[in-house]
Ligand binder design. Structure first.
Ligand code: F6P
Length: 363
């Protein structure tokens, strides 16, 4: 998986004693807890390595428009525990516009950028890969609560989202039990069920539905009836927003058919649909909670702060070593690097082994 002997914490040979070069940085796509921790780490490490840093506002929009500002020690002071991103973000896709690439090249010239560090998920890093192919010095940092990027065991932000969802499930448990209800919890994750499986396992869900395993509503109802027939009078069902009904029932449920700049429809709605059907088919009183953007907000967990800081430091090390077209990655407990090609080739979906462990606790 890793390209070459890639422990990127080897001794650094460049950067010191040279003319100060500039590194650009941007945060793109949906925000995610830990973004500020990466920005802070990049700035601190870059300054240690004798680079200066330019931050671009609102993802690729700022790079395309050439609106950047210097980031120094003061700019990143106190931001480690803060959610969101001090740089702002957007789902702008610069390579959709015919002159997008040219504009980015002009920004590289205008700011005399030696390299650009792009912090993002599959869309943002897909653009980064195209820029690398076009000859620009780019390095990627894997960000997304969805944990669906290849080449890294975890993306930062995922752990925080899982903790928020787990806490919600714990709380839903007590009220479900008090009222003898079925609680359906819809979580994010787009086309991967990582948040659903981890939060469902951690929260003791009685059924978890993920995009990787299309489901049949009757089978879900049978499972709940069986559980209730053995004396349990409440249940928790965790459903990923991208979970799909098996062929005979329909397909993906979307909130909005309108696509974003990267071609994604807005997912959501499966929880409400499922809740109504469970109540109708089983007669069990059912309530639905859609966690939504709560999963992306607020302070990152300690795990995400540490991972984000390690990623930020490692991204600068890649720049110093001239290893472009790569994304920093967590493999086991090591921070390594993989090619951007590998990272964005296809999404990383939940592995069957993990899901089969979650299934042991169904019903
Ligand atoms: O990719 C992160 C994510 O939160 C997905 O889980 C979700 O489908 C999507 O972003 C929501 O995007 P937006 O913030 O644009 O509504």
């Amino acid at each position: 998986m890793a390209s070459g002997p890639d422990n990127i914490h080897q001794s650094l040979s460049q950067g010191k004693g040279q003319i100060m070069q500039k590194i650009g940085i941007l945060t793109g796509g949906g925000d995610c807890p830990g973004l500020n921790a990466v920005i802070r780490a990049v700035v601190r490490k870059a300054i240690n390595e004798n680079f200066s840093v330019v931050g671009f506002k609102n993802g690729w929009m700022g790079v395309t428009e050439g609106t950047g500002a210097a980031l120094d020690m003061n700019s990143v002071s106190g931001i480690l525990p803060k959610g969101g991103t001090i740089l702002g973000t957007s789902r702008t896709n610069p390579v959709k516009a015919p002159d997008g690439l040219e504009k980015i090249k002009r920004t590289f010239d205008k700011f005399e950028l030696h390299a650009l560090i792009a912090i993002g998920g599959e869309d943002t890093l897909g653009v980064a890969r195209k820029l690398h192919d076009a000859g620009l010095n780019v390095v990627g940092v894997p960000k997304t609560i969805d944990n669906d990027l290849q080449g890294t065991d975890f993306t930062f932000g995922f752990d925080t989202a899982v903790n928020i969802a787990t806490m919600a499930i714990d709380r839903l448990h007590t009220t479900a039990e008090a009222h003898n209800r079925v609680m359906v919890v819809e979580v994010m994750g787009r086309h991967a069920g990582w948040i659903a499986v981890y939060a469902g396992l951690a929260g003791g869900a009685d059924c978890i539905l993920i995009p990787e395993e299309p489901f049949d509503i009757d089978q879900v109802c049978e499972l709940l009836k069986k559980r209730h027939s053995r004396g349990k009078n409440f249940s928790i069902v965790v459903v990923a927003e991208g979970a799909k009904l098996a062929e005979q029932e329909g397909g993906l449920v979307v909130q909005n058919l309108k696509k974003d700049a990267f071609g994604h429809a807005r997912l959501g709605g499966i929880g409400n649909m499922l809740g109504e059907e469970i109540e109708r088919r089983t007669g069990f009183e059912t309530r639905v909670t859609v966690l939504g953007h709560v999963q992306r907000g607020g302070t990152p967990t300690a795990f995400d702060r540490v991972l984000a800081s390690r990623f930020g430091v490692a991204a600068v090390e890649l720049v110093v070593r001239g290893e472009f077209g790569k994304m920093v990655s967590l493999q086991g407990n090591k921070i390594l690097a993989v090619s951007l090609d590998e990272a964005v080739k296809e999404i990383k979906t939940v592995d069957k082994e993990l899901f089969s462990i979650a299934q042991v606790f169904f019903g």
